[in-house]
Design a protein around this ligand. Sequence first.
Ligand code: A3P
Length: 280
Amino acid sequence: MFQRHFHAQDTDLIIASHPKTGTTWLKSLLFVIVNRFKHPKNGSPLLKHHPHELVYRLENGVYGEAFEYPRPQHLKELPSPRLFNTHLPYNSLPESILSSGCRVLYISRNPLDTVVSFYYFILDGMRKILHEEEFINTSLEDFFEDFYNGRNTNGPFFEHVIGYWKASLEHPDKLLFLKYEDLKKDPVSHVKKLAEFVGVPFSPQEESEGVIQDIIQLCSIKNLKELEVNKSGVFNKYFDKKSYFRKGEVGDGAHQLAPNMVERMNKLMQEKLDGTGLSF
Ligand code: A3P
């Protein structure tokens, strides 16, 4: 439905990602960067709304069953620039996203951290839609095997990442490729990069007033996790709001997985990324 009916506008900003790679964080940052002139410093909608209620997911938010989102007919009423996200692989994006002037921001993450994050998200956050017994009996080891073999929602992990990586090299003005680990390591330069990419760079005055640091602090997992709006409740019937904020660390995967799993995944990563210029 989304693939057939969505018409991207030139001003749209679309976050793309494989699940559990930092989508919620990027949504928060992008929303605040883009809307920073509309709201007073302490009045950000991010303080009252879960990030997923501020940036709509296209495939099963706007065009799916999730009735809390605006319906497609309301999309034209959204203020510009419209912010959306998708987990679809690059080669499944609707034609209008590729041919219009809209920009795409892709976030990627180390597969070890991604698979562990994914497992706990499903285990803790989606109990309501799972046949509990069935999933609870799925071990991290079994989940890892599926992920490793590319049996995964939204398609195999490496193909997802490489699809967007190659597109970002071919169309650097259209697609910005980010890594969760880089954002963690150097948030200031990445927030600046983000703002420049979407056409709202920080002025020297904003920089000297510490606006970038304020945004980073507002969107930090530590801050978002403690907000009432993110602590309890569900949205779209099923999703526990708090399950989107777990540890937010780099390297958690390697600690949680057995050494032989880490070794196998690293080997697969080497093979898959060989010659691409990309590494984690
Ligand atoms: P962990 O499970 O490793 O903690 P997504 O948003 O794509 O679903 O990804 C979820 C992952 O991003 C989770 O990782 C979550 O804790 C982390 N995350 C959520 N908000 C974050 C933030 N503001 N800063 C850093 N990481 C964040």
